[in-house]
Design a protein around this ligand. Structure first.
Ligand code: SF4
Ligand code: SF4
Length: 170
């Protein structure tokens, strides 16, 4: 059941990409490269049930909580992934959902700005239209999961914290 639910979300984001061209040539695929300390990707609610079965990475608990004392997990990849199994966070990168006053919008993920030239220089509306649309469709489906809204609120708080940090570093 869950696999089918996430399968639909994954399918929405299988073919669409942030730009019509391969944006990896701009940055030498910075978002898939290991740095000294790998950043990891947040795992959406219940997605861990799919990711604990893949052979290209591992899950760890983050120090962020949502819902009723649920701890958000982070996925760390250890080698190039099987693209069809990559986490949702990788599929929506460099966008992230942002919810204020009950409405979701998409923003460039402030945590992505250090590594991603798209996140630093473009607005979400300047990305491929189909990509932005399908990320929004995917987030609408996430919202329908138990604690989906709380999870998006958690991502919103994290985005606010990164934005504050980015301002201090400017
Ligand atoms: S870091 Fe940004 S520009 Fe580079 S491959 Fe990832 S999404 Fe594309
Ligand atoms: S899981 Fe795949 S897409 Fe995501 S960061 Fe790792 S290599 Fe890149």
């Amino acid at each position: 059941m869950l696999k089918k639910y996430y399968g639909k979300i994954y399918n929405m984001l299988d073919e669409v990409t942030p730009l019509s061209k391969d944006c990896g040539v701009l940055c030498d695929k910075a978002c898939c490269k290991e740095e000294d300390e790998p950043a990891g990707m947040f795992v959406f609610p219940f997605e861990e049930e799919l990711l604990e079965k893949v052979d290209f990475g591992y899950l760890e608990e983050s120090n962020c909580q949502y819902g009723e004392d649920k701890t958000a997990k982070i996925f760390y990849c250890t080698k190039p992934c099987n693209r069809s199994e990559r986490p949702l966070s990788c599929r929506i990168f460099p966008l992230t959902p942002y919810r204020k006053n009950g409405r979701i919008k998409l923003i460039m993920n402030p945590a992505a700005k250090k590594m991603c030239p798209l996140a630093r220089s473009l607005q979400p509306s300047q990305l491929e239209e189909a990509f932005e649309e399908n990320v929004m469709r995917a987030m609408n489906r996430i919202q329908k999961l138990k604690d989906g809204d709380d999870y998006i609120d958690m991502l919103t708080e994290i985005a606010d914290q990164f934005e504050e940090m980015n301002k201090k570093l400017r």
